[in-house]
Design a protein around this ligand. Structure first.
Ligand code: GDP
Ligand code: MG
Length: 440
């Protein structure tokens, strides 16, 4: 519909890629903040959401003189820790992510989590662009702060240009091996069949204007349909903040939480959701936005679950049932025989992904119990039930969660195995190795 084209919601963009490629740093560079420096060991622990108003994007892309009329109000950018988080960002039904940036380190090329991210993107048919980051690491690079990449490239020596070319060709080949056609971004060119590669430096800002411009252009062009406002609320719980003293484990046995919203909060524009600070209070809010909601009962909420709004004409019981539907798909994966391993993951989405994987015929590991959050002593107790029946199932597969020292000790004492990994396949490899060992 014509009139709604001027009333587009902000697209949601996910930053994905292998660890240390500079995902958080890129966002920092755009924001002009330093979240990366403040992170424990520089590793992103949670999911951050930042809203970039169109104003700021316009400002940052000015030099490109592209004269794009930004029709979207802004861009909601979501930083992700490794590959896992993307699974909990998918909302039920339609994907939460409109577009993604796949970050690749120009010096390293495609790495294991790059390929995992790539497969997730392909699977969900999400459009994305490649940020070929850390161009400043090319030997002899001359810094041109925040310059468009073409301008920055012109300043470089022949040697730097040659290094760049070599790396680029290699990386394009690696993408081809993954069945993907990629090409260096060209603003003036229609690039329907290939994925754009935008060289960037998150340290000195070269290529950032290009990245922002390509992102907004692409979303506007391909997603006018998806970006028009709908009246229904679509919302996914990204993260549940642990309140001190309550512990961190939430068992997946809950019913839906019915509550009234006390406050809708957002950080000030260009600040990140994760960073402590003051919040703006809203009476109403338009998507897409990363928001904090305060309400009673939310300590039982599960990251990755959907949020439903009960309107005056809605049947509460029906809505509750829909909300439970999400949980049922997870609960239905539990083996009826009562025999199997225990699995534990950080969010509902990652738990679902793990359960799906364990169910595939090649893997076929039965699951007896599921849980979300840190592995505690009680989880070890639960797993130890299998010791008498089937020792190999007295195992916890812990996917992207922590294990308390007490739980480790108890597991050691009882003979319960805990395997930890943040890549699903590694969990499988460890467990398989263990089973083979037992058999010998
Ligand atoms: P993430 O794990 O993908 O979020 O990566 P980070 O943003 O935490 O960055 C990992 C490391 O690479 C940090 O030490 C950054 O300072 C560094 N880094 C990130 N981007 C760049 C870049 O463009 N150039 C250089 N030289 N270093 C970068
Ligand atoms: Mg990070």
């Amino acid at each position: 519909p014509k009139e709604s084209e001027d009333n587009l919601r902000s697209p949601i963009c996910c930053i994905m890629g292998h660890v240390d490629t500079g995902k958080t740093k890129l966002l920092d560079c755009i924001r002009g903040t330093n979240v990366q420096g403040g992170e424990a060991g520089g590793i992103t622990q949670q999911i951050g959401a930042t809203y970039f108003p169109a104003e700021n994007i316009r400002e940052r892309t000015k030099e490109l003189k592209a004269d794009v009329k930004l029709k979207v109000p802004g861009l909601l950018v979501i930083d992700t820790p490794g590959h896992e988080s993307f699974t909990n960002l998918r909302s039920r039904g339609s994907g939460l992510c409109d577009i993604a940036v796949l970050v690749v380190d120009i010096m390293h090329g495609l790495e294991p989590q790059t390929i995992e991210s790539l497969n997730l993107l392909k699977m969900r048919n999400t459009k994305f662009i490649v940020a070929l980051n850390k161009v400043d690491r090319l030997y002899g690079w001359k810094t041109c702060h925040n310059a468009p990449i073409e301008k920055a490239m012109k300043q470089q020596s022949r040697d730097v240009k040659k290094q760049f070319e070599t790396q680029l060709v290699q990386i394009i080949t690696q993408f081809k091996e993954q069945g993907l056609n990629t090409e260096l971004n060209n603003m003036d060119k229609e690039m329907r069949e290939t994925y754009r590669i935008v060289p960037t430096s998150a340290i000195s800002g070269e290529g950032i204007p290009d990245l922002l411009l390509v992102l907004t252009k692409l979303t506007e062009k391909t997603m006018v349909e998806n970006l028009t406002y709908r009246n229904e609320v679509q919302c996914t719980v990204l993260e549940v903040k642990v309140i001190e003293g309550l512990g961190t484990t939430i068992d997946v046995v809950l019913g839906p939480i019915v509550t009234s919203i006390r406050a809708l909060l957002t950080p000030h524009p260009m600040n990140e959701l994760r960073v402590k600070g003051t919040y703006q209070n809203h009476r109403a809010i338009k998507g897409a936005q990363g928001i904090k909601i305060t309400a009673s009962g939310l300590e039982h909420a599960i990251a990755g679950a959907a949020l439903y709004v009960v309107g005056p004409h809605d049947d509460l019981e029906e809505v509750k049932e829909t909300a439970m539907g999400d949980m049922k798909s997870v609960l239905s994966r539990i083996d009826k025989s009562g025999e199997g391993v225990c699995v534990q993951a950080s969010t509902l989405g990652s738990l679902e992904t793990l359960l799906e994987f364990l169910k595939t015929p090649e893997v076929n590991i039965p699951v007896r119990g599921i849980s979300i959050g840190t592995v505690h002593k009680k989880d070890v107790m639960k797993a130890s039930v299998m010791l008498e029946k089937k020792k190999e199932f007295a195992t916890i597969l812990a996917f992207d969660v922590k294990v308390t020292p007490e739980a480790w000790k108890l597991a050691d004492d009882l003979g319960v195995k805990i395997f930890m990994a943040d890549i699903i396949y590694h969990l499988f490899d460890q467990f398989k190795g263990y089973i083979n060992n037992l058999k010998e």
